[in-house]
Design a protein around this ligand. Structure first.
Ligand code: NIG
Length: 393
């Protein structure tokens, strides 16, 4: 079954083809078969007119924490009144999540995925990390595995209150990892003062590597630290937050395949300095934008908001911000195009609109994608396609 999409004012391919005006796309099943000028399009089984709207690849949100219950509005209010963010709040969410039950957590993740899709997100990673015991971490991983694209084990999010750090870490890299590994593709560690030290982070990354998992690091969020250098040393797919960077950190990222993921909604919500994405791009690093949906530091899945912020406050051009929120996220998940629309594992690539790639499209309710930043906060998403199917709009 082929579908010809016409009525596309601008097609942002996020590839060498750039932005095509008066464009058309042919979808064949779940992948893209053709893109180009509408005047050159061939026939298809079905034709859909998008009414002169701009089309982007669906957002690839490569950093979320979707499996949680409860909220931390009081903590947020206190922060807006001047209190600093500290990782300790994670323990409150841990308690709510442990007692929620599988059915409720599944429903919450389903609703959060629907919200994300309504904002143009087509690929979602989520982390565990609010269970922090074997049973709850496995439950979170299992729920996530049924509802999102990529799952990351984040047992090393916080040492649960009252537990000894080294004993807990033994559990994380031992029984917990053994139990969770079959449900996840990635392992992550919160490498930060107040969370896990460099030595502890090394143990986590090495244990994950030995299990065949891909690596990610939460780093340099609350101050300078070893997170970026560790991520680069271990060949992690991404290091996320990157608020506080030395020149050496920027250089290390620029000369590596590790993606620097900016989380602007989190930066604003924690009143941290916005990550220096302009500096990273100028140095040659690959940058991703992600929502960091979680109840503590970023209670939003709006990638439209992240893109607006990256343009308005982090000085990216629209094209750079779109690339970061699509191709950048895909590279952070190793789902990026490495030729012929395929990712490094030969699957349809994400985050780019070229033949062979996944038919994941974000149709904006405007003819001009710049409206994402020019008209910040206005409803922007008109329709979302995942694998050629309409999932919103
Ligand atoms: O990415 N940095 C660590 N984890 C989350 C925050 C978790 C929380 O406070 O609940 C983050 O910001």
């Amino acid at each position: 079954m082929t579908t010809l999409l016409t009525g596309i004012s601008q097609l942002h391919t996020v590839s060498e083809a750039g932005v095509i005006e008066d464009a058309a796309v042919v979808i064949d099943g779940s992948t893209i078969a053709w893109v180009g000028r509408a005047a050159d399009a061939g026939a298809a089984d079905e034709r859909v007119d998008l009414g002169g709207r701009a089309v982007l690849p669906g957002w690839v949100d490569s950093h979320t924490h979707m499996v949680f219950d409860g909220n931390r509005a009081e903590e947020f209010e206190a922060r807006m009144a001047g209190q600093d963010y500290a990782a300790g709040g994670i323990a409150l969410t841990m308690e709510a999540t442990r007692s929620a039950g599988r059915e409720r957590l599944t429903q919450l993740v389903r609703e959060r995925r629907a919200d994300a899709r309504a904002g143009g997100t087509t690929t979602l990673e989520t982390k565990t990390g609010y269970g922090l015991n074997v049973e709850s971490e496995v439950e979170a991983a299992q729920i996530a595995a049924t509802l999102v694209d990529d799952v990351t084990f984040l047992g090393a999010h916080l040492v649960p209150p009252g537990e000894d750090a080294e004993t807990y870490l033994d559990l994380v890299v031992g029984d917990m990892l053994d139990a969770v590994a079959e449900h996840v593709q990635w392992i992550d560690v919160f490498c930060e003062r107040g969370a896990f030290s460099e030595e502890q982070s090394r143990r986590v990354l090495e244990a994950g590597q030995a299990k065949g998992l891909g690596l990610r690091v939460h780093g340099n969020q609350l101050g300078d630290g070893p997170g970026v250098q560790l991520a680069v040393e271990y060949g992690a797919a991404s290091v996320d937050h990157v608020n506080y960077l030395t020149d050496e950190d920027v250089e290390a990222l620029a000369s590596s395949e590790t993606v620097a993921t900016g989380l602007p909604a989190c930066d604003l919500s924690t009143r941290q300095p916005l990550a220096p994405l302009r500096r990273l791009i100028d140095a040659g690093a690959t940058v991703a934008l992600a929502s960091n949906l979680n109840p503590g530091t970023s209670y939003t899945s709006s990638m439209n908001f992240c893109v607006s912020t990256a343009v308005l406050q982090q000085k990216l051009t629209l094209e750079e911000a779109v690339r970061a929120a699509t191709f950048g996220g895909a590279k952070a998940l190793r789902r990026h195009d490495v030729g012929q629309g395929l990712d490094p594992q030969g699957r349809p690539a994400k985050g780019t609109l070229v033949p062979g790639a996944a038919a994941d499209l974000h149709v904006l309710d405007t003819a001009h994608a710049i409206d994402l930043a020019y008209r910040p906060g206005m409803p922007a998403t008109w329709r979302t396609y995942v694998g050629g199917e309409v999932v919103f709009g």
